[in-house]
Design a binder for this molecule. Structure first.
Ligand SMILES: C[S@@+](CC[C@H](N)C(=O)[O-])C[C@H]1O[C@@H](n2cnc3c(N)ncnc32)[C@H](O)[C@@H]1O
Length: 579
């Protein structure tokens, strides 16, 4: 117990560590959650036609390789017989720093396909060239030959369109986000992330797992607390919601008999949360908030030992440092809690020319800070994931698909999972506080109780109270005093659109959109909403509004630009240059 004076008043705060379960109390035998997941997966995977999937996947790979070969042919870096250093190739492509790792992966993929030769010392030669017509033919065949169980046709068209814009994408002149989420719309991306049979089967397994876990605590009065990280367009969430439908999932009021779930839907980008909030408006058991898997969870308003399940669908490979990220996930999980991940386990050529640009954009020029640094590759296979989970203290069941005989074994997707702290009792902070209230006078009952894996110790073995104090929740920082309200109807209207988009309580005329929670995806949506709402914005092309928003991301700057005549507006943009 320590005194907490951070908020001005003196309050007591307590920290507790979970006790080991009594001998014989640890769960034995088959884990019902994993069994449910495996059963659901097998039922769904049975529908797969492996030969058709393979054919379709081969056509797509050939199309991507033709586009990459065309890209390298066009930049003239492999004229007859040239041997090139890797850096020379990247320079010829004009690869932006954040996309250099991806460009290296392209070279490796072309080499694996026999279209380029790798020489010792990161040098390359012998490109099998391709022209525009070769690439077009290959894409025609890929679109024609696609089976919906691999990718819906519209998604293959999206890959094709991205492949057609590789020169600008790799230079960083074109943002992949604008392609995948045109004008801030996520419908195509939703189809892409949730559409393939492999993804549906794995998400079905995740849904069945959450349902089984929720059921197992029906009647206990304690909700199953689920955190989804990088929930994005919500393909996995959709399956969990479907799996829970009919189980009477509801808020605490129904908790007497029905299983109930508290689901925290998070992503690093607010962009995804707005759309999800609208979709989930009728589901009060789902809340939405920003969460970055690369950052300290306490600083983001989360506490340790507070979740029973953490879900991450194609997200954790984005972690800058996977070991540290897994340690954070372990910290967030209550004893016996499960981390459930679906992950791509090998390079998918079609993603290498589309979605993977987003990873580069996310990590910036810095790249990974773990043993993947410099390798260019972000992905691990199922065995490597299980090793990492075990190294982080998890107990991992076999991955799905389970063997090479699985009809979806060739999909390059897997579900990997682990339970953490299975031999510890899960304390309930509410019950602990009630218990304390019976034992000590009211003024000694702590205002805050946090369950931590272990108490931090100083160098001489005493409890480190300074560290404990730093673990207490902080209230939001006070707003700066220089706040200036919007001036006039145009600024007020812009501020309203902004506030609705970012969920801001108030928007000042000089606030910076990108420092207020906005990002490039939200900027696209902001530009689209401004054009829907304001005639002055509707009169300008979408791209011009977006450019302006990037160059001058304040209400005042936007209003001033919108108030100009069309020619003056263009001149003003030319003067500002791109940000
Ligand atoms: C490939 S998408 C998967 C989306 C979703 N889970 C699904 O399967 O439909 C990756 C998601 O991870 C999110 N993401 C990337 N880096 C992240 C980070 N550091 N913390 C949290 N989320 C992150 C992205 O914003 C994106 O929504």
């Amino acid at each position: 117990m320590i005194a907490d004076t951070t908020g001005g008043d003196r309050r007591l705060a307590a920290f507790a560590t979970p006790a080991p379960l009594p001998a014989g109390a640890a769960p034995a035998g088959e884990d019902a959650g994993w069994a449910a997941a495996r059963g659901a997966y097998r039922r769904l995977a049975r529908a797969a036609d492996p030969a058709a999937l393979r054919r379709s996947s081969d056509l797509l790979r050939a199309a991507v390789h033709a586009s990459l070969a065309h890209l390298l042919t066009e930049c003239g870096v492999f004229a007859a017989g040239d041997v090139r250093e890797e850096d020379e190739v990247l320079a010829a492509l004009g690869a932006a720093p954040e996309h250099r790792p991806l460009a290296r992966r392209w070279l490796a993929a072309l080499a694996d396909a026999g279209r380029l030769r790798r020489l010792p010392g990161a040098r390359w030669e012998g490109l099998r060239t391709a022209d525009a017509a070769d690439a077009e033919r290959a894409w025609d065949a890929a679109v024609e030959g696609t089976v919906a169980d691999l990718w819906p046709r519209e998604v293959v068209e999206l890959f094709r369109s991205a492949a057609g814009q590789l020169p600008a994408l790799v230079r960083g002149e074109q943002q992949a986000a604008q392609l995948l989420f045109p004008q801030g719309d996520s419908r195509t991306a939703r189809a892409a992330f949730g559409g393939s049979l492999a993804v549906r089967a794995l998400n079905g397994a995740v849904g069945a797992f959450v349902r089984a876990e929720a059921r197992s605590r029906a009647g206990t009065g304690r909700p199953l607390r689920v955190l989804e990280v990088g929930a994005g367009v919500g393909a996995t969430t959709d399956e969990v919601i479907a799996a829970l439908d009919g189980t009477g999932t509801g808020p605490a009021a129904d908790a007497g008999t029905a299983p109930y779930v508290e689901y925290v839907y998070t992503d690093v980008s607010l962009f995804f949360l707005n759309a999800a909030q609208e979709r989930h408006a009728h589901l009060p058991w789902i809340t939405h908030t920003v969460f970055d898997i690369d950052a300290d969870y306490r600083a983001q308003g989360f506490e340790p030992n507070t979740f029973d399940v953490i879900l991450g669908a194609n997200v954790l490979h984005n972690a800058r440092d996977l070991g540290r990220c897994l340690a954070r996930m372990r910290g967030l999980l209550a004893p016996g809690g499960a981390l459930v991940l679906t992950e791509a386990t090998r390079e998918r050529p079609e993603l290498m020319v589309s979605m993977d640009f987003l990873i580069g954009a996310q990590l910036g020029g810095e790249g990974f800070a773990d043993d993947r640094a410099g390798s260019g590759g972000a992905l691990l296979d199922a065995g490597q994931w299980r090793e990492r989970l075990a190294a982080a203290g998890g107990v991992a069941p076999p991955a799905l698909p389970e063997s090479a005989a699985d009809p979806l074994a060739g999909s390059g997707m897997a579900l990997v999972a682990a339970r953490f702290k299975p031999r510890l009792a899960a304390p309930d902070p509410g019950e602990l506080l009630d218990h304390l209230a019976e034992q000590v006078p009211a003024y000694m009952v702590p205002a805050h109780l946090q369950v931590v894996d272990e108490l931090p110790l100083t160098a001489n073995g005493k409890v480190d109270t300074a560290m404990l104090r730093s673990w207490l929740p902080r209230s939001a920082p006070a707003r700066s005093s220089g706040w200036v309200p919007p001036r006039g109807p145009l600024e007020e209207r812009i501020a309203e659109v902004w506030a609705a988009l970012l969920g801001s309580e108030r928007v000042g005329r000089d606030d910076d959109f990108f420092h207020s929670g906005g990002d490039s995806l939200l900027a696209a949506r902001f530009a689209a909403r401004l054009r829907e709402t304001l005639p002055a914005a509707a009169a300008r092309p979408f791209d011009a509004v977006l450019r302006q928003l990037t160059a001058g991301p304040t209400v005042a700057a936007l209003a001033a630009w919108l108030a100009l005549g069309a020619e003056d507006a263009q001149e003003a943009q030319d003067g500002q240059g791109a940000r």
